[in-house]
Ligand binder design. Sequence first.
Ligand SMILES: [Zn+2]
Length: 429
Amino acid sequence: MMEATEIATLAPNFDLIEYFAGNGSPRFTSLNVGNPAFFKTVNEQLSGAALDDWKTYLRWRTLDTYAPALSQAFVDEDFEFSRKFMAGQKEIEPRWKRCVRSTDHSLGMALGQLYVDKVFGPDSKARTLKMVQAIEQAMHADIGQISWMSNTTRQRAYAKLNAVVNNIGYPDQWRDYSTVIVQRDDYAGNSRRAAAFEVKRENDKIQKPTDRKDWDMTPPTVNAYYRAEMNDINFPAGILQPPFYDKEMDDAVNFGAIGVVIGHELTHGFDDQGRKYDAAGNLQDWWTPEDQKAFARRAACTADEYSSFVAVKDDKGEVHLNGKLTLGENTADNGGLKLAYLALMNMIGDHRLKPIDGFTPQQRFFLAYGQIWCQNVTDRQARVLAIVDPHSPGRWRVNGAVQNSAAFQQAFSCKDGQPMVREPACRVW
Ligand SMILES: [Zn+2]
């Protein structure tokens, strides 16, 4: 946290006070500066690069942002560079898909309302909530059994877990977009006005109480998230469909897919970053020094393990994953897999469920997990992702987590020394 007067000194070459006044934000006295080094670097670049270069760069940034909303020549050029050259996409998406994506981006909560009415019934919400609660119970039991944690830290971990807010499907209240002017003949203008609406909506939160019911993702989004400052887990309706969640499937498959995602988000509250926030979402240390050391030792095992994995190997050479960059996500994957499995076992109980298609429930749990991370990526894109993406590539999200899992080895009768049996296995949680 910094005082407003201090902020100005971070980057004297860039008048931040003037900037805040100009972008319409209300007056404020203090600010959470998430990345002070960013402003230091910008400050150096401002005097380091020629003014003409800055003009070119900023002009390009503006064009790059609006290109998909401009005329055909801009749309084509944008696709050629960003999607085809960089990401290896062979052809541009059909117009209807781009339109839906654009509407989701600009007016997502309005689109989401229609989406939810059509595809996401109250029964889906109820069954998901049941899974979330089963996984939270599994975590509670798991925390109780951890040998490396003192009772003091354990009680605080319980408190944090009990305070987690579960947001499922869609927000309780829909957003009011009535001030956004939409014109049939002004596509780029529409997206600009929608973006301005969003900036204003965010600015209006300043100096107001925290709204833990405000969503960061729109309901049609196929994704999920944990917010450390809110201590909440959020599952938009869009992810509650196959292959993540299928109401026609039994628990083994759904726990292996969306169940692991739920456990993943929950574990984020206790990964290398999330553990630094308390139950109320404040950046506050609740760990005893010994437990902190034990956590760091376990996390280092995971970081080293994933650093040994190869993201891409081609004629340009080999790129390894960055174990430190991906530590939080890998911790969440490993923890999520464990919690979802425990929850499934609690659900099955003593019932000896019959195999389906020749696979036991335990095996189908892991097969479902493998299927959610099927992906297709070019070597060029894989190189970019290995440097910038805090998530491991799908292959290692699966193979990295299962080789640490005793339950996986048991389910498939793997023996010591085989590729999917890691020695020593890394387990933070
Ligand atoms: Zn994550």
